[in-house]
Design a binder for this molecule. Structure first.
Ligand code: C2E
Ligand code: CA
Ligand code: CA
Length: 236
């Protein structure tokens, strides 16, 4: 669980669930080592279902302790293209009793642009269920601005490739980040910056009125107990 910081409150307001495979003979495997294979073999469907269920369960526990955290869940193309995805999410919400307004599905531009009519239909079903949608790695794919306006989305996640050079005076990345934040706000969306590693980057993003940040400056993804320590500290 990687914490996300609200820049106005300076408190942890949510997290993104990032999967790891703890394989006893090898150690902890990063997603790039097994997610592509899971996608090729369609094992991403049961794996993704497991993730969705786990995250809903964990989010509910934290909500019950008074921490109203948004819970970001990565959804890959293979998962999104299954019509079952609606029921998988519905079932997890029902089984765990989590308030759907805190569940935030992360999809990339390339996934949502594959079949625009279907995307709009599915996104409207997500909306009816009360869950949120964010566009992951925003700025690295192709998304048409006219569709951005039509999709019922809630948040843009500025890709970390724009953030890493944001404080270099001779780079255009600061201008791009600034523009994406304004674009998001003008469309009524929240904006979060990913891959934030320094206080200087935070300061600049605050100046641009970015809503939230996520990155190593705050913390890498953590196991439950370590996440809770950070959470308690943030609210103490
Ligand atoms: P992503 O969704 O773009 O996730 C962000 C990645 O950036 C994560 O890598 C995270 O650990 C890393 N990161 C966070 N803060 C920083 C930072 O400050 N600096 C740098 N350099 N990196 C940072 P991770 O955990 O290795 O995940 C890689 C990708 O695997 C994710 O990219 C996502 O596409 C996929 N993934 C992870 N978990 C799941 C999952 O449960 N389901 C699916 N379908 N995909 C997942
Ligand atoms: Ca993500
Ligand atoms: Ca991302």
């Amino acid at each position: 669980y990687q914490p996300q910081l609200g820049l106005e409150t300076n408190k942890i307001i949510g997290f993104e669930a990032l999967i790891r495979w703890n394989k006893p003979d090898i150690g902890v495997l990063a997603p790039y080592k097994f997610i592509p294979i899971a996608e090729e073999t369609n094992l991403i469907i049961p794996l993704g279902e497991w993730v969705i269920n786990k995250v809903c369960q964990q989010a509910k526990k934290w909500h019950d302790r008074g921490y109203k955290l948004t819970a970001g869940i990565n959804i890959s193309a293979e998962q999104f293209n299954q019509n079952k995805i609606i029921n998988i999410i519905k079932d997890s919400i029902k089984a765990t009793g989590v308030d759907p307004k805190f569940i935030e599905l992360e999809l990339t531009e390339s996934v949502i642009m594959q079949d625009v009519n279907r995307t709009i239909k599915i996104f409207n079903e997500f909306k009816d269920m009360g869950i949120s949608i964010s566009i992951d790695d925003f700025g690295t794919g192709y998304s048409s601005l006219s569709y951005l306006k039509e999709f019922p989305i809630d948040k843009l996640k500025i890709d970390q490739s724009f953030i890493s050079n944001i404080t270099n005076h001779d780079s255009n990345d600061a201008n791009i980040a600034n523009l994406v934040i304004d674009l998001g706000h003008k469309l009524g969306l929240e904006v979060i910056a990913e891959g934030v590693e320094t206080q200087e980057q935070i300061a600049l993003l605050k100046k641009y009125a970015c809503d939230q940040i996520q990155g190593f400056v705050l913390s890498k993804p953590l196991e439950i107990d370590k996440f809770e320590q950070l959470l308690d500290k943030s609210y103490s």
